[in-house]
Design a protein around this ligand. Structure first.
Ligand code: AHR
Length: 654
């Protein structure tokens, strides 16, 4: 394989035409489809890492709303007049959410009894937006008034209201109030003070912005979901990632604990809380406000196939390697069977009924399921066999995704790849976090894969300019361009590669553990990295059939630093060509279209280009972003100048 390097910098030229050297002619055989491109080809990988869910897409603004963090008052600061006026207590009855606060007010006035929540690295408050406050309480008799306000760092109010808990008695009640903000602040706090006399127990103190995705109460951040919707992903992998496995088995992701009323979803420590000592996040927990129901709903909303990945009876092998003995695996297998029923079962089935009770009687049409994430060794194969037998017996049409470990090319990979292929695994999940040069050198990786064997899911990948794992890797045009070049090889091999997703998806600039990441957010803003734009261009221009694009009879996979693939879209009647030029020079080429009678005389040309070290940011979100132009098509030929360090998508109407 030819090893190409992305080196040096160059002046940008115009989009599809400009200064150029040496001319080559590429041939595209428009009427010779070689393989279908699956509708699932380009998807997204979602994991609650980098505050991706809690503190991210899950729009809850109150951190530790149920006082269940290891430190019950983490995220809260309290002020009381007398010792004992604020107590942390636990319910006696069995519950997933035992702790609550008991507040005692004695002729309280402002300054006597206060609770302040700091949010997830502050609360992002927008001006003139509705905010929805709710909480659970019980009290012997009404007598307390709660004053709520959003405050900035100077203590000034950004919006406020008053709530009078009205019910009395031993039962818990939920009360809500909405109010309008009058000013914006990226790092606001929620300040509550009590007035009057009485004893009140409080729990699930919650605040959501009024502009959630689809205006769902208790929903997701609209701007973050929009970034996903804009990509039109073919699938959403969920919930990860290592989070599937857990540090130990108790810490694994259990889908059944993530559905039903939010106050009954048992919170657990997020494994990324402790994974990297230099990026410790002691306040990182999973509340599961974004649970499996919300996940299926999200996938449905944005037209993506759901792809859940479930624990296979093995905890993370980088951590404890805790293992469920084979004879005790039944509950794990049952969880997988039940998840399919939850997604697809009729409303008369046990789990279909639960789905219906949550507001979705129609099935979610689940078609794929992953068994294990980055597990390896004979222990994994033994467990996969048990899962496969049970799942295929009941649901023969569900495609199963199996792990090939952590790396694309080591002993673990070779062993698992061999075993899974001999089992005729439906889909094998490959992961590669590698250098940009690795991506360039591996654009032909799948050319030699068996067309008749297991299909490939490039389930997690990203070019890392520095070493992997919690380091400060940057999402530069260098990494994105290397991925764009590599992805020509994924598309060209759509006969075997059926799905691919960059990982991880989201990162909060104030609270990340792992970089690089596709989309960066803070409390109020979102931007897509250059890598995001590459993913989006592939997804929005995927086509339905691969057609041959050759130079001197060979696929273009690194010769003269060029990488290319071609597809036709039978629905839009377009030819779509993607070309990455990873060299510092502009390259002048001719595309000769064969096997087509007529084409439009003008083609659309979408280009990403820039200096290799260019990055996007909140200040310059479009530093690297698609630029659109047109290019002439004459006698079924397109003269195309590829700018230095560029990725071009050319669309010709047939
Ligand atoms: O994407 C970050 C992590 O990388 C995932 O959780 C894990 O599967 C992989 O090692």
């Amino acid at each position: 394989m030819q090893k190409k390097k992305i080196i040096g910098l160059s002046l940008a030229t115009s989009l599809c035409m400009g200064l150029a050297v040496a001319q080559k002619t590429f041939t595209v055989k428009v009427n010779e489809p070689v393989a279908p491109i699956q509708s699932t080809m380009w998807g997204v990988f979602f994991e609650d890492i980098n505050f991706g869910a809690d503190g991210g897409i899950y729009a809850e603004l109150v951190k530790n709303r149920s006082f269940e963090f290891f430190k019950p008052l983490m995220g809260w600061s309290v002020k009381r007049k007398q010792e004992g006026d604020i107590l942390v207590l636990s319910r006696k009855e069995a519950t997933n959410n035992p702790r609550f606060l008991r507040l005692t007010a004695r002729n309280a006035v402002k300054g006597d009894l206060e609770l302040t929540n700091e949010g997830f690295r502050g609360m992002g408050i927008k001006k003139d937006l509705r905010y929805d406050f709710s909480f659970l309480y019980r009290q012997a008799a009404p007598g307390i008034t709660m004053h709520l306000s959003l405050i900035n760092s100077k203590g000034e109010s950004l919006g406020q209201t008053v709530i009078k808990p009205a019910e009395s008695g031993a039962a818990w009640h939920k009360q809500s109030v909405s109010f309008q903000s009058v000013a914006a602040d990226p790092k606001a706090k929620l300040y509550i003070w009590l007035e009057g006399t009485g004893v009140i127990d409080v729990d699930m103190i919650s605040l959501f912005p009024g502009d959630t995705w689809k205006n769902r109460s208790g929903g997701m951040r609209g701007d973050m979901v929009q970034m996903l919707a804009d990509m039109k992903p073919g699938f959403i992998r969920f919930p990860g990632g290592c989070i599937v496995e857990g540090v130990d088995l108790a810490n694994r992701y259990q889908w059944k604990k993530t559905i039903g009323p939010v106050e009954e979803r048992q919170l657990i420590m997020n494994r990324w809380n402790i994974e990297f000592p230099h990026k410790a996040a002691p306040d990182y927990f999973q509340t599961f406000g974004l649970g499996f129901f919300e996940y299926f709903q999200l996938a449905e909303d944005i037209g993506a196939e759901p792809l859940p990945i479930l624990n296979c009876g093995m905890a993370c092998q980088f951590n404890t390697s805790e293992l469920v003995p084979l004879e005790d695996l039944d509950p794990y297998v049952q969880d997988a069977l039940d998840l399919i029923e939850f997604a697809n079962g009729d409303v008369t089935t046990q789990w279909g009924k639960v789905r219906a009770s949550m507001g979705h009687p129609q099935p979610f049409h689940l078609k794929m399921l992953g068994v294990g994430n980055e597990n390896w060794g004979p222990q994994y194969i033994e467990r996969v066999k048990v899962f496969t037998k049970a799942l295929k017996a009941k649901y023969p049409d569900i495609k199963l995704v199996n792990s090939s470990g952590t790396d694309p090319d080591n002993e673990r990979f070779n062993y698992l790849n061999g075993e899974l292929r001999s089992m005729n695994a439906d889909i094998i999940d490959e992961h590669y976090y590698r250098s940009p040069d690795w991506f360039l050198s591996n654009a032909s990786r799948y050319d030699s894969y068996d067309r008749k064997g297991s299909k490939i899911f490039a389930g997690e990948y990203a070019a890392h300019a520095k070493i992997t794992g919690g380091t400060n890797n940057v999402n530069s045009w260098r990494t994105a361009l290397a991925e764009a070049a590599f992805m020509t090889g994924l598309e060209r091999n759509a006969a075997v590669v059926n799905m691919a997703s960059y990982a991880p998806l989201f990162a909060n600039t104030d609270a990340w553990q792992w970089s690089p990441d596709l989309i960066w957010v803070n409390n109020l803003q979102v931007y897509g990295t250059p890598d995001y734009h590459v993913q989006k261009l592939y997804s929005l221009n995927k086509g339905t059939q691969v057609v041959p694009l050759t130079w001197e009879g060979k696929a273009l996979a690194g010769q003269d630093s060029l990488y290319a693939t071609a597809a036709v879209d039978e629905k839009t009647k377009e030819l779509i060509i993607k070309i990455a030029n990873v060299s510092a020079k502009a390259q002048n080429n001719v595309l000769a279209l064969e096997g087509v009678k007529k084409t439009a005389t003008v083609a659309d040309c979408i280009v990403l280009k820039g200096d290799l070290e260019s990055v996007n940011s909140f200040e310059k979100p479009d530093n690297i972003a698609p630029q659109q132009s047109t290019v002439a098509v004459k006698n079924k030929k397109v003269a195309l100048t590829l700018a230095p360090y560029s990725f071009t998508v050319l669309k010709v109407k047939l």
